[in-house]
Design a binder for this molecule. Structure first.
Ligand code: THU
Length: 141
């Protein structure tokens, strides 16, 4: 499955989502594009708050959009983020601990996580590599 994923298209979608980032406090804008196993792409951006703690990361915004529409199975997520504006200044942004846990809930260890600086410059790892020995629903259900 991972061989057939169009990385460039997913990264492009993440960059487009990043345009909507609401990050006036950190100035760190993030975009994510989550590919469902049914082929649909759900995008998200980070959304900050004057009281800081309710801030939602781009990855969870995308995930919550998908789950709220009844979609629970995912193949990959592309993430782009940077303090500076514009694709030339992006960093490889890896998901925070909370997002790793939340993605694990639905994506499991095989979810492909694409951390991109551009459509051609990216690093990818599985969620199992980013969250070894993850605690998931199979332990509780
Ligand atoms: N952020 C994300 O949206 N995703 C990540 O993977 C890392 C961090 C956001 C949260 C906050 O709005 C800003 O980036 C700085 O931490």
């Amino acid at each position: 499955m991972n061989d057939t994923i169009d990385r460039a298209a997913l990264i492009r979608a993440a960059f487009a989502a990043r345009e909507h980032a609401y990050a006036p406090y950190s100035g760190f804008k993030v975009g994510a594009a989550l590919l469902a196993k049914n082929g649909t792409v759900y995008t998200g951006c980070n959304i900050e708050c004057a009281t800081f703690s309710p801030t939602n990361c781009a990855e969870r915004t995308a995930l919550f959009k998908a789950v709220s529409e009844g979609v629970h199975e995912f193949a990959a997520v592309a993430i782009v983020g940077a303090k500076a504006h514009g694709p030339d200044d992006t960093l490889v942004t890896s998901p925070c601990g909370v997002c790793r846990q939340m993605l694990y809930e639905f994506g499991g260890k095989d979810l492909l996580v694409i951390m991109a600086k551009s459509e051609t410059d990216f690093r990818e790892m599985t969620l199992g590599e980013l969250l070894p020995l993850g605690f998931g629903p199979e332990k509780v259900l």
